[in-house]
Design a protein around this ligand. Sequence first.
Ligand code: ADP
Ligand code: MG
Length: 221
Amino acid sequence: MISIAISKGRIMDETAPLLARVAVRPDEDPEDSRKLIIGTEKRGVRLIVVRASDVPTYVGQGAAELGIAGGDVLAEHGGAGLYQPVDLGIARCRMMVATRRGFDYAAAVRQGARLRIATKYVQLTREHFEAKGVHVDLIKLYGSMELAPLTGLADAIVDLVSSGKTLRANDLVAVEELMPVSARLIVNQAALKTRRAELQPLIDAFASAAQVRAPARAARK
Ligand code: ADP
Ligand code: MG
């Protein structure tokens, strides 16, 4: 059996067409089903439905052989026990620092002020600011990051931004990019060594399915 760890929510919309293209359409729609283990049209391949931030844990520990995880979650997890062979080019967004409009971020950084930063991504935020030599106090949040600068909990947030609508609606502005983010196919390292004959064709299928998207996207611009 091959298990592919996937998550509902934002990544799922764009994952579904990919699964169809690699011929592992789920027997039930993961978005509607309450089942957490869902069979697929391909014998011996099933989906396991986990929280987005748990995908690297399931695959890293070998509870699933493959998974689809956001680059944000992978950077925060650290990637132990994982290969990341295919950038699927889906769920694209950017990891950004944002502040209230009017907050002088450049000056605060220049003056070596101790910034209070609220984020779900404490690990990668710490690394980013350490590399710049900026002192930060990190405040771990689990959601609604935008509230933190508005209520005085923090000076800035580190969060994902795609259209920028949520920032604008809350009078925040993006002031620095940490990294571009997209979802990737991940593979358990040990499983790839011992079961390459089974796994490699599926990895190759995902790689070609991801390729199909690139020209389509370029053509729309
Ligand atoms: P959760 O709330 O459980 O973290 P989400 O559905 O909000 O789940 O996000 C899951 C993943 O979708 C993120 O880890 C990221 O890779 C991607 N994602 C989140 N926000 C955005 C966004 N604004 N644009 C594109 N992709 C996003
Ligand atoms: Mg979310």
